[in-house]
Design a binder for this molecule. Structure first.
Ligand SMILES: C[S@@+](CC[C@H](N)C(=O)[O-])C[C@H]1O[C@@H](n2cnc3c(N)ncnc32)[C@H](O)[C@@H]1O
Length: 280
């Protein structure tokens, strides 16, 4: 009897990527995944997903390329300037005052899905400018699922084009010219750390004042967004803040965990249950 060979599908691709890299694309929105895989296979001239998977088997370097284009690393310094304006003019003063009133000396920010570091450094620079050497000790933790992106972030070196949004006075104060562009100065680099972390695994921090997770969860399926947002809730200090991307929102079961402070900036504040299960 003639047995038909099974044609490999996008689900097989997802399983293969998970087995090779640990990245679980079944948690991402299928439309984006299909679109990006189709685009890539057309570019390479493969008839169907089956042929493309065989190409992947034979070209291990393609695996990294594919996971990079699916997880999307687009970022820039001070991306959405109004968000960073709100951050330094509204959020930071309120947070620092609260810290002072509670004799707090640490300010901890998590840039989750930080890509190549621009977001984390932008935050560290604004905090440094605001604190101007006062007694509060600030630390920004940048994490991303991509090891390559984290390595670039750790290098802290950017081209002139990548720094186009950075005002001259900030460039002069926080960067020094290097062979390939500009390097973030060691003084500010020391306030930021980068590590590889998958948002679908246990959070690596606690006692966080602000979680910044922008333009990351938009690629996740709804139920997984809720899982990640619940993790953010668990690591935030009471009244801690969550900043999402402009086209993202807290939703579903997390609606009673966060209060929206500003709809255009997408800033949320953690809601804490009291001992009776009520909200405060
Ligand atoms: C579009 S970038 C956003 C960078 C930055 N937050 C911004 O808005 O400019 C999305 C980043 O999320 C990361 N990412 C995707 N899935 C992730 C996951 N499961 N865990 C951690 N990071 C993830 C990607 O590697 C990518 O660097």
């Amino acid at each position: 009897m003639k047995t038909e060979k099974k044609s490999l599908s996008i689900d097989d691709l997802v399983l293969y990527i998970k087995s090779k890299t640990g990245l679980d694309l079944s948690k991402y929105r299928p439309a984006t995944l299909k679109r990006r895989v189709s685009h890539r296979r057309f570019t390479l001239g493969h008839r169907d997903v089956h042929d493309y998977i065989h190409y992947l088997y034979e070209h291990p370097s393609e695996l990294r390329y594919l996971t990079d284009i699916i997880t999307i690393h687009v970022t820039e310094f001070f991306r959405d300037s109004d968000v960073f304006g709100y951050f330094s003019e509204r959020l930071l003063p309120a947070l620092v005052e609260r810290k002072r009133n509670n004799a707090g000396i640490h300010l901890r920010v998590w840039s989750a899905g930080c890509s190549t570091g621009e977001e984390a450094y932008s935050i560290a620079i604004l905090i440094d400018k605001f604190l101007k050497g006062n007694a509060i000790n600030a630390k920004v933790f940048g994490t991303d699922i991509s090891e390559e992106a984290c390595n670039t972030a750790k290098e802290g070196e950017y081209s002139r084009e990548e720094l186009k949004n950075v005002p001259e006075n900030i460039l002069g104060k926080y960067f020094s010219e290097s062979e390939n562009g500009y390097k973030i100065k060691p003084y500010i680099k020391g306030k930021v750390s980068f590590s590889v972390h998958d948002l679908f695994s246990a959070p690596p921090f606690s006692g966080i004042d602000i979680v910044v997770c922008r333009n990351v969860m938009i690629h996740f399926k709804q139920s997984y967004r809720e899982e990640v947002m619940a993790n953010f809730h668990s690591v935030l200090n009471d009244s801690g803040l969550l900043i999402l991307g402009k086209s993202e929102a807290v939703s579903g079961a997390c609606l009673n965990k966060f209060k929206l402070l500003d709809p255009s900036i997408k800033v949320y504040q953690k809601i804490v249950s009291d001992s009776n299960g009520g909200l405060k």
